[in-house]
Design a protein around this ligand. Structure first.
Ligand code: PLP
Length: 219
């Protein structure tokens, strides 16, 4: 099956409130253009250099999401165009995003990554760290970022009960901290679900799924 058919199969069952981020990491610009011509506008990339190279070559109305862990010193390369950064997990990174966004006269939307998986290796904040960060005074001074939601990755397992349990935990935390509202915090998006688990994620309240291999083929 082709990219357009793969996209159509996902979109036809997507609830109206759920956005699809087409994860194009390691895939050539030709594949992205094919998805673009089929109507897809939101693309997600993990690696900063790859993201900047692709952005330069592709239509300017694409909304590029940085979905992977970002090193602070790389933010400057994407600050002029990135529309949403999914995996923010420190105040230090927020400070840098704010600084680079200000240089570009922009407000960059961010999501805080929450650690929900069993694996030790995955990045992210725990619930306490997230609440502390959202309530910190330093955050109030950051006029060039906007925190719009939370992002999480479930354990990489075939056990769908385990995955569902982790998504449920994140959703209930999301519901709890949605009430934290400041000029630069408005938590409305919940980014969870990938090729293997996006259906479960939607059932559990995801508003944004990040799907790569199911659209573009395996990497
Ligand atoms: C690669 C990646 C995805 C997409 O993974 P697939 O299994 O190919 O759908 C989603 N989110 C993040 C953070 C990723 O790194």
């Amino acid at each position: 099956m082709g990219i357009k058919e793969n996209l159509d199969n996902i979109i036809k069952e997507l609830p109206a409130n759920v956005k699809l981020v087409a994860v194009s990491k390691t895939k050539p610009v030709g594949d992205i253009l094919e998805a673009y011509l089929a109507g897809q506008r939101i693309f997600g990339e993990n690696y900063i250099q790859e993201l900047t190279e692709k952005q330069a070559q592709l239509p300017k109305d694409i909304q590029w999401h940085a979905i992977g862990h970002i090193q602070t010193n790389k933010v400057k390369y994407i600050a002029s165009f990135v529309s949403l950064i999914h995996a923010v997990d420190s105040l230090k990174l927020l400070l840098e995003i704010n600084k680079q966004a200000a240089k570009n006269n922009r407000v960059i939307e961010c999501m805080l990554q929450i650690h929900i998986a069993e694996e030790e290796t995955k990045f992210g904040l725990d619930f306490n760290e997230c609440e502390t960060l959202l309530k910190s005074n330093e955050l109030e001074e950051l006029f060039n970022i906007k925190i719009v939601g939370l992002m999480g990755m479930a354990t990489n397992t075939d056990n769908s009960n385990q995955i569902r349990k982790e998504f449920k935990i994140l959703k209930s935390f999301f519901d709890k901290i949605k009430s934290v509202s400041k000029s630069n915090i408005q938590i409305t998006e919940l980014s969870m679900g990938m090729s293997g688990d996006y259906k479960i994620a939607i059932e559990e309240g995801s508003t944004m799924i990040r799907v790569g291999s199911l659209i573009f083929g395996s990497r």
